[in-house]
Design a protein. Structure first.
Length: 366
């Protein structure tokens, strides 16, 4: 089974296994269930897709993370792309022949995304792109990037932005690795200098990329965390049964069981919030606050579960997977280091709190 999850790309063998699993799922018809059949999907319903994802999770595998192609770019292109763009990319995204990365964040534009400074100037049928993107997951593996660039500097902040597809082999692109505290290289800074992009690669209308970007962000916030947390609790419970202290299984310690029970209750609440979100979707209603609630609570629960596993493991928590004494192949050492990422990506938790405070509780804007 390939190592799945956001950092499954960290070594070559793990990345290759993840790609193989991606292709196998595609060949079996288990990816893009709601996508139109003409682009390699099944033309199925959202409910069918959710059931399929749940079954994959139950089997301990999940849909592999090979970048934001299937998850973000595909659904955005289905909604906004031209026929030519759909024909050119969608089937390859689904099959894993094209790996994508997301060029949104910049050194001075993260939570305040509309502050982005990358510029695209139209000239002779091309955009000439200059700027820099940062924290770009998988840029070093990607064939393509979807990016946001300013195409009208005089326009108001959220106007004058365009959504553009860039071939990563274009001259003028330099990819610089950013190594994380896990030791893995998951993301990068990407420099773009006079990169020529055909105007046909514009998605949506010029200067109206913010609307397209918001479509992508809506898909980004429904990232399946509500399904993952229950499995995390099960893994933690299994860990408690395999560890012992002073000759006693940790599972026999009522304080340990109570804490795991508390996590299970929270994971169940997140799962049911996910079902409420699904009900809204099935009724064709616009997204409610559930996405922010799930994002906030699931990421914080993930961090607390990893911290508790670290406590249970004691000194063994420091052993990484190359160490022969590492328990669960050093999974928890990696988890505790990775666990802060989900508090930041897809809109930081402070931003989610702002959204909930303002839109749900009706608090005044800070
Ligand atoms: C694992 C991981 C993968 C990522 N992958 C990608 C990727 O592939 N492509 C991409 O484009 N980006 C990616 N990102 C970047 C991510 O989207 C940004 O880190 C995020 O949007 C926050 O932006 P920032 O880092 O500039 O922090 P800032 O926006 O500078 O925020 C710094 C701190 O200030 C707080 N803050 C900011 N504004 C407010 C406010 N209005 N109210 C209250 N608090 C506030 C934030 O919550 C945060 O704690 C990734 C990040 C991570 C961790």
């Amino acid at each position: 089974m390939p190592a799945l999850g956001p950092l499954a790309d960290e070594d070559e063998a793990s990345w290759d296994a993840t790609l193989r699993w991606h292709r196998k799922l595609y060949e079996g018809g288990w990816l893009g269930i709601t996508w139109p059949t003409e682009y390699g999907g099944r033309g199925g319903t959202l409910l069918q897709e959710i059931i399929c994802d749940q079954e994959l999770d139950q089997a301990g595998s999940g849909v592999p993370f090979t970048g934001p192609g299937i998850w973000l770019l595909g659904p955005t292109l289905i909604q906004w792309g031209t026929d030519a763009q759909k024909r050119r990319h969608l089937r390859k995204v689904l099959s894993g022949a094209e790996i994508w990365c997301q060029g949104y964040s910049e050194p001075n534009a993260g939570s305040d995304l509309a502050a982005l400074q990358t510029r695209a100037v139209e000239k002779d049928g091309h955009f000439i792109v200059n700027g820099s993107k940062i924290w770009t997951s998988l840029a070093h593996r990607a064939h393509w990037m979807f990016l946001l660039a300013r195409t009208d500097s005089a326009a108001a902040k959220h106007s004058g932005i365009s959504y553009i597809l860039v071939d990563m082999k274009s001259p003028g692109i330099v990819i610089s690795p950013l190594v994380q505290m896990t030791g893995a290289r998951h993301f990068n800074q990407v420099f773009l200098e006079d990169v020529r992009v055909p105007v046909e690669n514009l998605v949506g209308r010029k200067n109206q990329g913010w609307q397209v970007a918001m479509t992508t962000l809506a898909f980004e916030r429904s990232n399946g965390q509500e399904r993952i947390m229950m499995r995390r609790v099960q893994e933690l419970a299994r860990l408690a049964t395999t560890l012992s202290r002073n000759g006693r299984s940790l599972w026999d310690d009522s304080a340990v069981r109570q804490q795991i029970g508390q996590f299970a209750a929270e994971a169940a609440a997140i799962r049911y919030t996910g079902f409420r979100q699904l009900t809204r979707q099935l009724k064709g209603l616009p997204p409610g606050p559930e996405g922010s609630m799930i994002k906030l609570s699931a990421s914080e629960l993930g961090l607390r579960i990893a911290a508790f596993a670290t406590e249970m493991l004691g000194p063994f928590a420091q052993l990484e997977r190359a160490d022969r004494l590492a328990i669960d192949r050093g999974l928890w050492a990696q988890r505790i280091l990775e666990a802060r990422g989900p508090l930041i990506y897809s809109g930081t938790n402070e931003i989610q709190r702002n959204i909930l405070g303002e839109r749900v509780l009706g608090l005044p804007k800070g």
